[in-house]
Design a protein around this ligand. Structure first.
Ligand code: ATP
Ligand code: MG
Length: 146
């Protein structure tokens, strides 16, 4: 697990961009943290690193946003308003997991046990008005069947 300190929103965005460079096609990222921790700023940085020229926004009302960048495509889900794992799947997120795009999920706990076990875990903790601690845990390596 890596622990990174951010001192402002722009730094969180840069940390998100640096994080994206560690990902492989098809990776899933479970992004948690309290309201206003900076999850969406972290995603903005991930979209920057995909070569997406626009501004990633909070997809609270659309549930699932696609940021098609020049280097890769990022899907951004915000499950905050959903009550059950079944509702989460009705967004169509499963089909995206099967592909080679990258998926980042805000409020991944809404998925319960349906959250893929091979997801990266990123957790943002508020430590002060402008300071955050970002913890990054890579997925456990897959055990290959003999
Ligand atoms: N170090 C920091 N990193 C990120 N955001 C910060 C930081 N310091 C202050 N902020 C402020 O905190 C807020 C974070 O907003 P953001 O929408 O990214 O949070 P969020 O975790 O996505 O919230 P929500 O749970 O409502 O979706 C912004 O207003 C931002 O300016
Ligand atoms: Mg957000």
């Amino acid at each position: 697990m890596d622990l990174i300190t951010s001192k402002n929103a722009e730094e969180t965005r840069r940390i998100g961009a640096q994080f994206l460079a560690r990902l492989r096609p098809g990776d899933i990222v479970a992004l948690s943290g309290d309201l206003g921790a900076g999850k969406t700023h972290f995603v903005k940085g991930m979209a920057d690193a995909c070569g997406f020229a626009g501004e990633a926004t909070s997809p609270t009302f659309t549930l699932l946003h696609e940021y098609a960048g020049s280097r890769s495509t990022l899907w951004h889900a915000d499950l905050y308003r959903l009550d059950s794992p079944e509702d989460c799947l009705s967004t169509g997120i499963e089909e995206i997991w099967c592909g080679r795009d990258i998926t980042v999920i805000e409020w991944p706990d809404r998925l319960g046990s349906l959250l893929p076990s091979d997801a990266w875990r990123v957790d943002i903790t508020i430590t002060g008005e402008h300071t955050r601690t970002i913890s990054i845990t890579p997925p456990l390596p897959k055990t290959t069947a003999l």
